[in-house]
Design a protein around this ligand. Structure first.
Ligand SMILES: [Zn+2]
Ligand SMILES: [Zn+2]
Length: 338
């Protein structure tokens, strides 16, 4: 099969990925072999390709927003059959036995493994997934539209939960890419007022089209104080900016896996009055199931830009350069091998 691999992590402009020929992977006894139909392009794939995240598997195939069809199942798998449509997300495996797993915080499991980082992901014709971590996708949602839900959507959902936004609350979104534009729809569906703060004029237009009350520059002040804010841009300089925009008792959640260093914080204007700064780490399978249900119920859809699988590197370059709004999705246009 054809698969992209990170040959040597480095700036995406210098093309660290190669499109190579590889054997179709053999699923372990508890895994599914999935024929990839579509795979979303996430900023984390860029971090893996550029080396912002350390190498966990040399020559890894990125991609963790996979929509595909089960081609075969390992001998211990129950509940899935060839032909079932499934989603493959970032969280791939946990030990299921540690204190975090025991209390329902499997996103914090120290033994967790991730798709497209510890194991080969969906920038390929085929991939594998442990059956216990595969997601069933709602009917009637097409492959391309579903793909970005599997990371961008889930993280947006978890980040929104982490802000503990009160009913009808005022939410600020800093950065407005794949995850934020899905998060905005989730927040609006529960009656929030959404203010978007981003440098990109096209993203500001998309925000207003989706129903945001305002859209301004990343370092501008929102038109009213915020009960909650989410930092999607991987820019540590925006942490104090967003904290100053919070009302008393407001919570800022940092959604990304990677953030440039934050400047020193000023206690009086940025933390006092019980403002809180929180991170968001991965997600649980329950987050994924809940998000997929919410997306189906409220008709939440990603604005997508498709690329053929063979153009994955260009999609990542375009993501870094901010050449599209919404989310990029790779479409596997190669004929099945089996
Ligand atoms: Zn664990
Ligand atoms: Zn992701």
């Amino acid at each position: 099969m054809r698969a992209w691999v990170v040959a040597r992590p480095g700036p995406i402009e210098r093309e660290p990925l190669r499109f190579v020929e590889r054997p179709v992977p053999v699923p372990r006894s508890d895994e599914l072999l999935v024929h990839v139909r579509a795979c979303g392009v996430c900023r984390t794939d860029l971090h893996v390709s550029e080396g912002d995240l350390p190498v966990r598997r040399p020559q890894v195939t990125p991609g963790h927003e996979v929509v595909g069809v089960v081609a075969s199942a390992g001998e211990d798998v129950r509940g899935f059959m060839a032909g079932d449509r499934v989603g493959v997300a970032w969280l791939r495996r946990t030990d299921g036995t540690c204190a975090y797993c025991a209390r329902g915080a499997e996103n914090l499991c120290p033994a967790s493994e991730y798709t497209g980082w510890d194991a080969d992901g969906g920038y390929a014709e085929y991939t594998t997934v442990p059956a216990a971590f595969a997601h069933r996708l709602p009917d009637g949602m097409d492959d391309v539209a579903s793909a970005p839900l599997l990371c961008a959507g889930i993280i947006g959902h978890r980040a929104l939960l982490r802000t503990a936004l009160p009913p009808g609350g005022r939410l600020g979104l800093y950065g407005f890419g794949g995850s934020a534009h899905l998060c905005a729809q989730l927040a609006l569906a529960r009656g929030a007022t959404v203010h978007v703060l981003t440098r990109d004029p096209a993203a500001r237009r998309l925000a207003l089209e989706l129903g945001a009350a305002s859209a301004r520059g990343a370092y501008d002040e929102p038109p009213e104080p915020l009960d909650g804010a989410i930092l999607f841009a991987p820019v540590g300089d925006l942490v104090p900016v967003a904290l100053r925009a919070l009302d008393r008792g407001g919570i800022l959640a940092v959604a990304g896996i990677h953030l440039s260093d934050t400047p020193p914080l000023r206690y009086e204007s940025e933390l006092f009055y019980e403002k809180e700064l929180r991170s968001v780490t991965s997600n649980t399978r329950e987050d994924g199931r809940d998000l997929l249900k919410l997306a189906a119920r409220h008709g939440i859809r990603a604005t997508t830009h498709t690329y053929p699988l063979s153009q994955a590197q260009r999609a990542l370059q375009d993501l870094k350069a901010g050449r599209f709004d919404g989310a990029a999705v790779l479409v596997n246009d190669l004929p099945p091998r089996h």
